[in-house]
Design a protein around this ligand. Sequence first.
Ligand SMILES: Cc1cc2nc3c(=O)[nH]c(=O)nc-3n(C[C@H](O)[C@H](O)[C@H](O)COP(=O)(O)OP(=O)(O)OC[C@H]3O[C@@H](n4cnc5c(N)ncnc54)[C@H](O)[C@@H]3O)c2cc1C
Length: 455
Amino acid sequence: MAKRRSPVKSIETGGCHVPALRPPGERMNSESTDGLVRWRASRSSDVLVIGGGVIGMACAHYLAQAGRAVRLIEQERIGAGASHGNCGLVVVSYLLPMCAPGVVQKEISGLLRTSSPLYVKPALDVSLLIWLLRFAGMCREGHLRHAIPARAALLGSSDGLFQELFRDHGLEGEYERRGVLIVCRGEKAMRAYEAKNDRLRPFGHAAEPLVGKALQAAEPALREDVFGAWHHRTDSHLRPDRLLQSWKQVLTRSGVTIEEGCRLVGFRRAGDRIAAAVTNRAEFEAREVVLAAGAWSAPVAAQLKLRLPLQPGKGYSMTMTRPAVCPRIPCSFSERRVVATPWPSGYRLGGTMEFSGFAAPPDPRRFAALTAAAADYLREPVGSAVVEEWTGLRPMTFDDLPLIGPAPGFRNLWVATGHGMLGITAAPATGKLVQEMICGQTPHIDPSPFRVGRR
Ligand SMILES: Cc1cc2nc3c(=O)[nH]c(=O)nc-3n(C[C@H](O)[C@H](O)[C@H](O)COP(=O)(O)OP(=O)(O)OC[C@H]3O[C@@H](n4cnc5c(N)ncnc54)[C@H](O)[C@@H]3O)c2cc1C
């Protein structure tokens, strides 16, 4: 379960000494007899990545591939945050941002209902209020025209990179390309999706409509009274916890130093540089620092007086043994916004978006809502044994575009967060983009829509 973290502390020392680090890629002199040099060697790296979720792992991967000495710190275990129990969809077709024309009007009546898939806990939280107002301001056609191509570039790049990672880099995670079904219980939802689908056509991600016998043939696990589905064939799925464990092994083999149980508690600054990250274990110096702490990136950045426009968006999932009649293709239940993902090793139901801050405990009614939703669409909605009930915090931005790039006001701080509902899908392209920016290479996609200081 996601737990509350107490805020980090910033340690400001002003113009402190920045040690001379070795040039990128050059190996440490392990023969050195100088104790101070050895001490520094063990605690310094070219790049320090904060956060062992899928985004931090992807950044570490591409930086190590580019010859950088990388250290990654994670306060718990690798993949302990949102990257653990999510639905594992690699949804390259998910080009439409959450903020779209009509969303506010459509959702407003359900926002305060605890059974609603989108829920805002009533509270006097000024930062949440500001975030919601900014979100509402983005629900316009102009933002769609800006966000769709930006998401298409990021997700399309990730798709190719994922295939390369599984094929050539030894990554594992039950990765399969069977597409995703947007399942509509009623005709109204089926028709409503058509307009969204049309917007995906120019990017090659339009889905094929399936009804009647064609639907039953494609996915016999669906109930016969389900009206239809849209099949996005370009999507894939994987098992996120297995992906992260496999990635940990791959990174360790590539020489990345992974420190688990290592919690960032503050920073030592030298003017506009981060001189060191202060953790519960030691101070770590690095030439460059990547902040990839998911939803917690906002409280971490606040210690540097850097405001990241993020809110934690809580989601729920239940992992089970496979039902006897298990879906073959991952299904997204359109009217209920719940996803069912099948893997050879199990089955998961996941969904809901709850804006209730970091501290609110999980609401048991939401787990029940997942199984109730699945029962509306599937012949066998649950497996015989529940393996895990889980909640995770998505790092949500007000415009549903991630924050990737240099942190304003700092020469060696980079941000890679805010991936909302798409962190698994967008991870490889994000990692590659961060590597290219840090190494001074031409980015393979336009990073400007993801600029950190955008208003
Ligand atoms: C129910 C649900 C379903 C989802 N389904 C999908 C899906 O199907 N497809 C998809 O693409 N995305 C999906 N997502 C979104 C996806 O899970 C997230 O976008 C993604 O996991 C975010 O990754 P991250 O690395 O940024 O954050 P996280 O995975 O949260 O990682 C951040 C890490 O930083 C660590 N950390 C925090 N503070 C510190 C500190 N001070 N010091 C050291 N370490 C620290 C945390 O412990 C954590 O491990 C889903 C999310 C949820 C909740």
